[in-house]
Design a protein around this ligand. Structure first.
Ligand code: DGJ
Length: 752
């Protein structure tokens, strides 16, 4: 990109005259005293900066007091020059407005006449500060732009690092604020990113939910008034995911334009979307701070969590970009290897643990193909219910008189890995830890913190707390050579304080640091992020964890939309997906074993059932799916995800296609009875148009389907061969499926 800049320099210089003139007019209208120096500096800088990815370009124009995103979208093929760009930015100015255009730049501020949410709000010495930042310096190094803004009057400096990943086309913005003054600066709001929305973006799709029903998409119009989606749960939360899509009205899986934005943060946050009175619209996101929560001392720097975004065509393209970015830059390296099949003890035994039952469960799980056994909650002292024990991280000698060694050895005798559940941030008042250190919990003096699941939250940002947790966990990891930790977090943070001051934004960082310390000490240790299911799912925690327990709801019918929502931003191999009991514990719904297994195959496959009570047919069925998973998992851990367009909302369909294009598995779930007698054809995606594929039914449920079909499409019994183009355009004829059933379709590239 530097070469591009040098090439354009002569044109750019002629433009500066215009740029400077514009600034002079603009400034005099607003009577800003400190700008002159800024103009002098700006006239030595180019009028715009350009980042190019594989399919996207980002143009940052430097015509205004603070740079603005002039273009983010399809990769620009032609050269751009500053004069050209300025013509596009020279928008009309209507009457009854300010006398100058209020810029919608990367760090919008009220002092310019901008009427939206400012990038920064804060106080110095108890007086609110009116900010007036301007560009001090911009530097481009390869795919990275570093923009330095300064506000001389309020003695603050902002650095924004904007990067475009050339492979995935995902951009990142990281914002930090330096207090260059001699008194504390109290931050009320500091946006991680503010992005302009293209004019034709009329819709916004956010993700919401509750315990047991995460990641439900909600689409609304960007109408008048600000949309503010604020999470105050102190974790990513079930209620509002940090994932947002702004889009054109015609957005579908294949078509339409979409901006995907994600904030990599496991704490409180706000997403603000607004169309202003002048027609411009923006999206802003950042950490939601409590009053007085972030005080930046003189000389100190506050860095915001990174915001991630891309603009593409159709949901699938943006999703695939996010997956590609996460695989390259976020996830731990072990996620790139084939994922082992899990068996988890929770829904099989809950708190009713003993060596014999656990060993029998391990035996049964091994029979159906499990490769890692995870001992869930209940193994530490007094943990016979969820009212006691959290915080006392030693093995309960009443339940395990010889420690965990006999169980771990049993697990290893099956050549399985061993995983253990922890909930490190939590403490029950009924625990030795709390009796010894009541002062370690997050609280406000004089206010009783409400319990949730009978537990309180430890102030992990305290060094003594963090050291205690590290020592407990690390010694168990060493003693039992633990391969894997399921790291749970089962309550919201309510008024988290250290007694006097708020602590909620410190907590996520302290948890990340504790996880990282454990990983550094035990480099092969793998950690899963769980939070009453999927309430801690974001790029912040995924840097340490690499797997999420997607939801406590294992009912495959509910799971269909939960997993689809998850996979919209996060790669499917990160998504823990288990085959549960016939009657789902969270919904009471009974489903066929094939349906449960097919839906679990969308993510990292595993079991969460009492495998001891499976009958012979069930074992044979599960064998089929574990073999299938093992056969394909080498490419599944890097597969390209496609949500499929369906002809009816009752059909949920998605597929995973290998990066080589040689293999593809598509799952099709029918949520309820269709209104038509025939289900029609299902169009697949991701295949090479001109190649031939052998299409077959990979699920072993032909007998389940048979009674509902007077005639079954030929491919269901014997594979057929067709071109990628026909499979994607006409689609494959679906068999008649009973309600709440699923099928799995395998497409294999035909060699010759
Ligand atoms: C909540 C998790 O989501 C469950 O999977 C299980 O681990 C329980 N906590 C244990 O208390």
């Amino acid at each position: 990109m530097l070469s591009c800049f040098f090439k354009l320099t002569p044109i750019v210089i002629s433009f500066y005259t215009f740029g400077t003139l514009f600034h002079c007019l603009y400034i005099s209208a607003n009577q800003r005293p400190s700008i002159k120096a800024t103009i002098t500096r700006m006239s030595n800088t180019p009028a715009y900066y350009r980042l190019d990815g594989a399919a996207s370009s980002l143009l940052l124009s430097n015509h205004t007091q603070v740079p603005a995103v002039a273009w983010l979208g399809d990769r620009l093929e032609a050269d751009v020059d500053g004069a050209m760009l300025a013509n596009h930015e020279d928008s009309a100015l209507a009457f009854a407005n300010l006398d100058a255009r209020a810029p919608l730049d990367i760090f919008p501020q009220l002092s310019t006449g901008y009427m939206g949410s400012p990038a920064l709000a804060g106080y110095r010495q108890n007086a609110p500060v009116a900010h007036s930042f301007s560009t001090k310096h911009i530097e481009q190094t390869g795919q990275l732009l570093v923009v330095v803004l300064e506000d001389v009057k309020s003695q603050l400096e902002v650095v924004q690092k904007i990067a475009l990943d050339s492979k995935s086309d995902v951009c990142t913005v990281s914002t930090s604020l330096k207090n260059a003054g001699s008194t504390d600066y109290r931050v009320d709001w500091l946006a991680s990113a503010t992005l302009p929305l293209p004019n034709h973006f009329s819709d916004c799709i956010s993700q919401h939910g509750r315990w047991g029903l995460e990641n439900q998409s909600y689409r609304r119009a960007i109408g008048p008034g600000r949309i503010d989606i604020s999470n105050q749960h102190g974790r990513t939360g079930h209620e509002h995911g940090p994932n947002l899509i702004c889009a054109s009205a015609d957005l579908s899986v294949d078509h339409g334009d979409a901006l995907f934005v994600h904030l990599g943060w496991s704490g409180n946050y706000s997403f603000r979307i607004e169309r202003l009175h002048d027609g411009t619209a923006y999206l802003q996101c950042g950490v939601l701070l409590g009053p007085g929560e972030e005080v930046v001392a003189p000389g100190a720097v506050l860095t915001c969590p990174t915001a991630y975004f891309t603009i593409g065509h159709g949901l699938n393209q943006c999703t695939q970009r996010f997956h590609s970015f996460a695989r390259q830059h976020i996830l731990p390296a072990w996620t790139r290897t084939p994922r082992p099949i899990h068996a988890n003890s929770w829904e099989a035994l809950y708190f009713d643990l003993n060596d014999n039952d656990l060993k029998a469960l391990v035996d049964a799980a091994a029979t159906i193909g499990a490769e890692r056994f995870v001992l869930d909650d209940g193994w530490f002292p007094a943990r016979r219910t969820d009212e006691a024990g959290l915080g006392d991280w030693t093995v309960d000698k009443h339940v395990f008189p010889h420690g965990l060694t006999p169980l771990v050895e049993h697990v290893r005798s099956h050549n399985m890995q061993f995983g253990l559940w922890f909930e490190p941030e939590m403490v029950n008042p009924d625990s030795d830890l709390f009796r010894k250190h009541p002062e370690w919990v997050l609280h406000y003096a004089g206010i009783e913190t409400p319990l949730a699941r009978g537990q309180l939250v430890l102030d992990v940002a305290r060094e003594d707390v963090s050291n205690y947790l590290f020592n407990c966990i690390s010694s168990l990891v060493s003693e039992y050579s633990i391969d894997y930790i399921k790291w749970d977090m089962n309550r919201d943070l309510v008024l988290p304080g250290d007694g006097l001051s708020p602590r909620s934004s410190k907590q996520p960082q302290a948890v990340y640091a504790l996880m990282q310390r454990l990983i550094d000490t035990h480099p092969t240790l793998q950690i899963e992020s769980c939070s009453s299911g999927g309430a801690r799912t974001d790029f912040g925690v995924l840097k340490q964890t690499g797997r999420v327990w997607t939801s406590d709801n294992i009912d495959p019918i509910a799971r269909g939309t939960i997993q689809q929502g998850f996979a919209r931003f996060f790669p499917p191999e990160v998504m823990g997906a288990h085959v549960g009991h016939k009657e789902a514990h969270l919904t009471g719904r009974s489903t066929n074993l094939h349906t449960r297994a097919i839906i679990a195959l969308q993510g990292q496959f595993g079991f969460e059932l009492d495998a001891r009570v499976l009958n012979k047919d069930d074992v044979t069925t599960l064998h089929h799916y574990t073999q299938l998973y093992k056969q394909h998992r080498s490419w599944l851990s890097n597969a390209i995800y496609w949500q499929l367009p369906t002809s009816d909302n009752l059909l949920l369909a998605s597929g995973l296609v290998s990066t080589s294009g040689e293999d593809a598995l598509f799952s099709i779930l029918l949520l309820d009875s269709l209104k038509t007698t025939r289900p029609g054809c299902q169009r697949l995606r991701g295949l090479a148009k001109t190649q031939r594929y052998r299409v077959s039914l990979a699920s072993s449920n032909i007998d389940q389907l048979d009674p509902f079909n007077k005639a079954m499409p030929a491919w269901c019994r014997n594979s057929i061969v067709s071109s990628g183009e026909l499979i994607m355009n006409i689609g494959i004829p679906l068999p008649v499926m009973p309600p709440q059933s699923a099928i799995l379709v395998y497409c294999a590239l035909e060699v010759n």
